[in-house]
Design a protein around this ligand. Structure first.
Ligand code: COA
Length: 157
């Protein structure tokens, strides 16, 4: 298994992976256009030439980025790939000089294993809510906010 930045030929596999979880209400669906526009934010896990995982790092502010569209293929779950993807995105944030990475999720135990902690959704800056306005879950979103403070860039509260 390797982790690498996504390239355009990956988009159909990424789209299918996200869509299947979106239909279960676990992820927000992504249009192909949104994947094309945000291709540079996406990292994939590849095994034997097949995309088995994806996650995106979406920058929201000078010190804040969000993990989006994290999905592992059903037959590849539970092998540590999700955690490796998240840690890779944290490294990416660190190399970009972005101190905090958050996720809006139902997978609290998984993100705790990745070193994230719970925060109040309302404590995230206003900029985050711009995207929420366009989301079908707004204003009754029940996702849980979790954050990772990059130790080399910000003291962990
Ligand atoms: C959530 C998801 C990304 C986890 O990926 P994964 O590759 O199966 O998880 P990993 O194998 O890397 O697990 C890392 C750790 O979290 C734990 N973990 C993973 N999923 C868990 C769950 N649902 N409940 C409790 N613990 C969980 C694992 O046991 C492992 O613990 P360990 O480090 O002590 O061994 C994957 O199940 C998935 O794609 N789910 C559907 C889409 C989704 O919900 N995405 C998240 C949106 S923010």
């Amino acid at each position: 298994m390797i982790l690498r930045k996504a390239v355009m030929p990956d988009v159909e596999a990424i789209y299918t992976l996200i869509q299947q979880y979106a239909e279960e209400g676990l992820l927000l669906s992504r249009s192909r256009l949104s994947l094309y526009e945000n291709l540079q934010s996406l990292t994939v896990a590849e095994e034997n030439g097949r995309v088995i995982g994806v996650a995106g790092l979406h920058i929201l502010w000078s010190d804040l980025a969000e993990i989006r569209s994290l999905a592992i293929a059903p037959d590849s779950k539970g092998k540590g790939i999700g955690k490796q993807l998240v840690l890779q995105l944290i490294q990416e944030a660190e190399s970009l000089g972005i101190a905090r990475v958050f996720a809006l999720t139902y997978q609290v135990a998984f993100f705790e294993k990745c070193g994230f902690q719970l925060i109040q959704k309302e404590s995230l800056p206003q900029k985050v809510w711009k995207d929420c306005m366009n989301c079908k879950k707004f204003p009754t979103c029940d996702e849980i906010a979790m954050i990772f403070y990059i130790p080399s860039l910000v003291p962990v509260p």
